[in-house]
Structures are given as structure tokens and as C-alpha cells.
Design a protein around this ligand. Structure first.
Ligand SMILES: NC(=O)c1ccc[n+]([C@@H]2O[C@H](COP(=O)([O-])OP(=O)(O)OC[C@H]3O[C@@H](n4cnc5c(N)ncnc54)[C@H](O)[C@@H]3O)[C@@H](O)[C@H]2O)c1
Length: 354
């Protein structure tokens, strides 16, 4: 029987989730958003029911899976309610706004024996999948140095924040970027590449970090960290910059993962999250023995669709989900350690709780 799904949050990111669920053969029963107009196109497309109260969806016994694509601050309450009613959960990243809440969700999902997937979809970019296969096959030997960076063009925020718009200071509340996502470049772009550190190298043992907040802003525009892992040092940096034409596609998006090993090197150049279905990423593999570099090019293919497809298949077939249920927690723990290190000026040893 097709999975019966309720989608909570019908804003920007949901446009990647609906096709993923559709391609997985799921039946979209409910669409939920505080703003009915945001939900209406999806309601009409799938003949779904609409509500502005997520409890209507989580309480429906004929729903198997809840997909949480609402703003980050509501992830916890929706995910815990869904898990408490025995539903599997897909949740957009970051899982919550702190590692304590994220650990609570992971433990709840494990106790309830339901599947939990935090949408770190970059693992499912074809270039990243091939890179993972090459690393695990030993093609680049032992990894000794890794560099990951997410440089995104956010306009010139370094001199101060604008008076209006997404980044502006608001008198009695957070800026729009913080209200929606829970922070600046660290949670937005940085979270994905922190996940890739975990994916390729495992959980870091220790890290030292710095962060920068622009004058008048309540969000960071730079976060960098040196992370010690089982597979050597990883250099991490997330940066909001004003340069419009840098990056391999010359669109201001300059995201890159480099893994250097004793036998070769891998470089991934990945396209922007909001273009992942139209602009493909590139993988370069240098083999030291032959002194040859191979460039892999792929047709654009949405990693959201690939990830959701695999997760739904596992939930339907009772198999293992494509990634650990702790993935979202791991990233939130690292984000917290980076903030702590930047604040104290000291290295931090993550205490992995789940
Ligand atoms: N994976 C990625 O690359 C990526 C990229 C962008 C955003 N995101 C994540 O996706 C989530 C949503 O971001 P977005 O850009 O779509 O934001 P958005 O503001 O465009 O959409 C969020 C929607 O949630 C709705 N909403 C808020 N509270 C709600 C509630 N209590 N019940 C139901 N609906 C509610 C809002 O009305 C809005 O329509 C965030 O957690 C964000 O971090 C992930």
C-alpha cells in the first residue's frame, strides 16, 4: 500500500519535497500551513485536505508519514507529536535549534521504532555519492586532509545590515533569517557541509572555531572550524560574501569539498540548493599512480527526490533508512560546539549523547 503522508509547511523548500513524495508513489493526504494560500496549489494538485493546525494531521490514523518542511523553530513540536503517534518523520534541516531538542527527537524515534530522516540531501547528490564510493573503495588511500566550504553570495552585509528585508534588525523580535532558519550562514549553508564532514570522516573528536556577526546583525556571516576526526583534520568554513560571480558556475555560489589522501584527491563542486534540480554538481578525481584527473559530470537531478525516494522505500519495505536517525542531531551538536568555541576562544570536545 502507498505511504500516506501529511506535509507540514508549504513554503519555499516544500517545492522539492512534493516531487520527491510523488515520485516515491506516496499518497499526499494532508497539506498544512498557517498560510492557506501557500498550501492551496499543493492541495489542489494532490486532492489533499488542508488545515492550519498540524495536530489534525498527526492525529489522523490514516497517515503513516509526516514531512516537516515548516520553519525550523516548529520542527521539534511537530516531530515529537508525530513520533508519539507512531508516524515516521522526514524533517527539514536543521532538525531543531539546539542539540538537546534534537537528541530528544532521536531518542523518541528510536523508542517508538519509527524511522526519522533529517533532510541533509547533499549526501544524495550523484557527485557526492560517487565520491563516497571512491573514498570507501580506498581509491584515494588514507584521507589525511579535508577542506569543506560553503561560500554563498548574500550581498554586502560585512559593513552592517540593511534597514529592510530578510537581514534587517527588527525592533521586538529576530531578523527574518533568524525567525525562519534559526541563525545565519552556519545553520543555513554550514549545516550541510558539517553533515558532509560526518558523512566522509565520522564524528569529530575536537574542534576550534571562530565566528563573525556583522554590526547591527543578529546572525553570523562567517563560521570557521578546525575539526579533528578519525580520518585527519577537516577545515570547515561557511561564509556569506558579496561576490556575485565567483564559483564554478559563476553564480556567486562557491561550495566545495576536497578530500586529500595518500593515493589521490577528490574534489566536489556543488551547485546551490535552490538550483539542485537544474544545475548539476561536478566531481574531480585525481589518481596519483597514473597522474590522471578524471572529471565526472552529471545531468541535473534533485537530491531531495533521490533521498525522499530511498527513505520512503525503506519505510514501506521495512528496510534500513539511507542514513542514521542521529544525522540531524550530529549536525546540531557540531553547530553548538562551534558557537561555544567561538564564544570562549577555546577548543571544544563534543559530548555525543545519542
Ligand atoms: N535543505 C535545504 O537546502 C534547505 C534550504 C532552505 C530551507 N531549508 C529548511 O526548510 C525549512 C523551511 O524553510 P523555507 O525556506 O521553506 O521557509 P518558508 O518561510 O519559505 O516556508 C516555511 C513555511 O512554514 C509555514 N509555517 C510556519 N509555522 C507553521 C506551523 N506552525 N504550522 C504549519 N506551517 C507553518 C509558513 O507559513 C511557511 O509557509 C527551514 O527549516 C529551513 O531551514 C532547507
Amino acid at each position: 500500500m502507498a505511504l500516506r503522508v501529511g506535509v507540514i509547511g508549504c513554503g519555499g523548500i516544500s517545492r522539492f519535497h512534493f516531487p520527491g513524495l510523488e515520485r516515491a508513489g506516496a499518497q499526499i493526504r494532508w497539506v498544512c500551513d498557517l498560510d492557506e494560500a501557500a498550501a492551496e496549489p499543493w492541495r489542489a494538485r494532490y486532492g489533499a485536505r488542508y488545515t492550519d493546525d498540524f495536530h489534525d494531521v498527526t492525529a489522523d490514523a490514516d497517515v503513516d508519514l509526516i514531512d516537516v518542511t515548516a520553519i525550523s523553530r516548529v520542527h521539534k513540536v511537530v516531530a515529537l507529536d508525530a513520533i508519539g503517534r507512531g508516524k515516521s518523520v522526514i524533517c527539514e534541516k536543521t532538525l531543531t535549534e539546539n542539540p538537546t531538542d534534537s537528541a530528544e527527537i532521536v531518542v523518541a524515534a528510536r523508542d517508538a521504532r519509527v524511522a526519522l530522516f533529517t533532510s541533509y540531501m547533499k549526501r544524495y547528490i550523484p557527485a557526492v555519492e560517487e565520491a563516497k564510493r571512491l573514498v570507501e573503495s580506498g581509491a584515494i588511500g588514507s584521507v589525511v586532509s579535508t577542506s569543506v566550504r560553503a561560500f554563498q553570495c548574500w550581498g554586502d552585509l560585512w559593513a552592517g545590515v540593511p534597514d529592510e528585508g530578510f537581514f534587517a534588525a527588527v525592533e521586538d523580535g529576530p531578523s527574518e533569517v533568524v525567525r525562519r532558519y534559526g541563525g545565519g550562514i552556519l545553520v543555513c549553508g554550514g549545516s550541510h557541509i558539517l553533515d558532509l564532514i560526518g558523512h566522509f570522516l565520522g564524528r569529530p573528536h575536537r574542534l576550534f572555531a571562530t565566528m563573525h556577526t556583522p554590526p547591527g546583525g543578529d546572525f553570523d556571516v562567517q563560521a570557521s572550524a578546525l575539526c579533528e576526526t578519525e580520518r585527519g583534520i577537516a577545515h570547515f568554513e561557511a561564509l556569506a560574501h558579496p561576490l556575485q560571480r565567483i564559483g564554478f558556475l559563476r553564480d556567486g555560489w562557491d561550495e566545495r569539498v576536497e578530500l586529500l589522501g595518500t593515493k589521490g584527491r577528490i574534489e566536489i563542486l556543488s551547485s546551490s540548493w535552490n538550483d539542485v534540480d537544474t544545475k548539476a554538481s561536478v566531481l574531480k578525481y585525481y589518481d596519483n599512480a597514473s597522474a590522471r584527473e578524471t572529471e565526472y559530470r552529471y545531468p541535473p537531478e534533485s537530491p531531495f527526490v533521490r533521498a525522499i525516494g530511498r527513505f520512503c522505500e525503506a519505510v514501506e519495505g521495512g528496510g534500513s533508512p539511507p542514513q542514521s536517525s542521529a544525522t540531524g542531531y550530529d549536525v546540531d551538536e557540531l553547530i553548538s560546539c562551534i558557537k561555544q568555541s567561538a564564544e570562549t576562544g577555546a577548543a571544544v570536545v563534543p559530548e555525543w549523547r545519542v
